[in-house]
Design a protein around this ligand. Structure first.
Ligand code: MSP
Length: 508
């Protein structure tokens, strides 16, 4: 079976990681973990995008080499991963020799084939910012903002990649593969973009203006510019690992779909004779008070603050529960606390405590062998069957927020069942029938909790393990999917005395 290869975008090293970056890693990680649990061999790649004008400028301002700056910031992005519980298999940096080698080989091949040619690039250039400007950079009245200083139109020779030659092919590919871009409405946006004739892509900058890049193999007075360098990471990271390419999914944000990932990348691969990825999964933005969170607007929140305070799993839960993949979502500490105190501390944490306490109080800490129970036990079980039937297809279709909603609705229903059964009343009765019902109730609660913990594993891996351990279970022995079946697996298991999963927050 072909391995499931999944990637995230690689982050620019001109700023620190914020919640938007963390979300993308967590989303890809949930998919990677889910596929592993479903039995796939997974290869999960993330990394940093390190060349370009901005890095060169920031390094100059600090009087250091760009490589040093890139090393520093890349290390910061990398350090975030274990803190977020990310299970990546590799981390690629575009400054690594293994990457540069592949970029140069592909450039050479495309040049030899005639897909890259020398042309004339015309544009408005800001000497102060050392960059070409676009129409979107203009003030509403057409003038250029102050920060750009003097802006002049210049013409310079540069290398171009032929896009137009492959435009008709790309349109056909998209028509034949309606699932290529997820969510589907984004695919329509790409087709809309492709209605206009494509301009060939300028892929170089003269080295005397931009030094911090990969030199073109066929003309060392130039470096590659932005996308030809960055996109190739997905391939360069696995070029030496047979069987991994093509990727199953690229996970990216909506700002880099059209044109880079949906147009440049497929055409680059096609021209290079490489197979196309299975799909592009496009997520929306985390905003604060309605504005995109970004380093340049200064509204970026450090994900590690929340992880330090509440733990990685709570943070992962919030991101995945709150965001409908593809849409935007507003981040606030209040919204986080509502989920944390409500779903995690109250519903899930409480359920665990009740299971542990009552098993201690009424059964000496050992989960009873499950007697059949009555109608309301049957209802709990049917509730699980329904939740499970919905859960797996929702995860397969990247609807993790609804998948989690189903599980937490089930958690609530177990708590309601406990209220109804009132084991504390049954415990006081000497009637053997009540004692039998009590045993059924304890077995039912524990089994229902075990199933929830199992289902939560892709999103909250360490919480799942902690619950399993508290229930006296060792490492999983069989396939995950089998463990999602109701099975009274806990009979005879000795549970822990107590465990506080999510200490209630102190509101600031
Ligand atoms: N370096 C390029 C990507 C090259 S991929 C071959 C880049 N870097 S980035 O650091 O600006 O963004 C990295 C990823 O984070 C992108 O997918 C981007 O959409 C995502 N996010 C950045 N800010 C975001 C939010 N506020 N919310 C969610 N994700 C956003 O683009």
């Amino acid at each position: 079976m072909k391995p499931f290869y999944i990637t995230t975008a690689i982050d620019y090293v001109n700023g620190s990681p914020h919640i938007g970056h963390a979300y993308e890693k967590v989303l890809a990680d949930v998919i990677a973990r889910f596929r592993r649990l479903m039995g796939d061999t997974v290869f999960f790649l993330t990394g940093t995008d390190e060349h370009g004008q901005k890095v060169q400028q920031s390094a100059r301002k600090r009087g250091i080499e760009p490589q040093l700056l890139a090393d520093e910031v890349s290390a910061e992005f990398r350090a975030l991963l274990p803190r977020l519980g990310i299970s990546n298999d590799d981390f690629i940096r575009t400054t690594e020799p293994r990457h540069k080698k592949v970029v140069r080989a592909i450039l050479q091949q495309l040049h030899d084939q005639g897909d890259i040619y020398l042309g004339e690039y015309r544009g408005f250039y800001s000497t102060r910012q050392e960059q070409f400007l676009q129409d979107k950079d203009r003030n509403p009245d057409g003038s250029w903002p102050e920060i750009f200083g003097e802006v002049t139109e210049i013409v310079e020779p540069n290398y171009f990649f032929r896009l137009r030659a492959h435009q008709a092919w790309l349109v056909e590919h998209l028509a034949a593969n309606p699932g290529f871009i997820f969510p589907h409405y984004r695919q329509k946006q790409v087709l809309e973009f492709l209605k206009e004739p494509l301009n060939d892509l300028c892929i170089s900058r003269p080295r005397n203006r931009l030094e911090w890049g990969i030199p073109l193999p066929f003309d060392e007075t130039y470096v590659t510019y932005v996308w030809f360098d960055a996109l190739v990471n997905y391939y360069s990271a696995v070029a030496d690992r047979p069987g991994l390419w093509p990727a199953a999914w690229h996970v990216i944000g909506k700002d880099i779909l059209v044109p880079p990932h949906a147009v440049y990348w497929p055409i680059m691969l096609k021209a290079a004779g490489l197979p196309l990825p299975g799909g592009i999964l496009v997520h929306g933005w985390w905003t604060t008070a309605g504005a995109k969170m970004s380093k340049s607007t200064g509204n970026a929140l450090n994900p590690l603050d929340l992880v330090d305070e509440f733990g990685a799993d709570a943070f992962r839960y919030f991101l995945i529960r709150e965001m409908n993949v593809g849409q935007d979502s507003d981040f606030s500490r209040e919204a986080f606390l509502v989920r944390y105190d409500g779903d995690l501390a109250n519903d899930l944490g409480n359920l665990l405590n009740r299971v542990l306490n009552m098993t201690q109080r009424f059964a000496g800490g050992v989960v009873p062998a499950a007697p059949a129970g009555g109608d309301i036990e049957a209802e709990v079980r049917a509730g699980w069957e329904a939740a499970r039937a919905a859960f797996l297809p929702l995860c397969e279709g990247f609807q993790f927020h609804t998948a989690l909603e189903r599980i937490f609705t089930f958690v609530k229903s177990i708590n309601a069942y406990i209220e109804r059964r009132a084991p504390w009343k049954l415990g006081k009765s000497a009637d053997p029938a009540d004692q039998e019902t009590l045993r059924a109730a304890l077995a039912t609660m524990a089994e229902a909790l075990r199933l929830c913990a199992t289902a939560l594993e892709p999103v909250m891996p360490s919480t799942a393990t902690r619950i399993r351990e508290a229930l006296g279970l060792g490492a999983r022995s069989g396939p995950w999917i089998d463990e999602l079946a109701w099975g009274g697996r806990l009979a005879g298991s000795t549970v822990s005395a107590s465990l506080v999963l999510f200490p209630r927050s102190v509101r600031k």
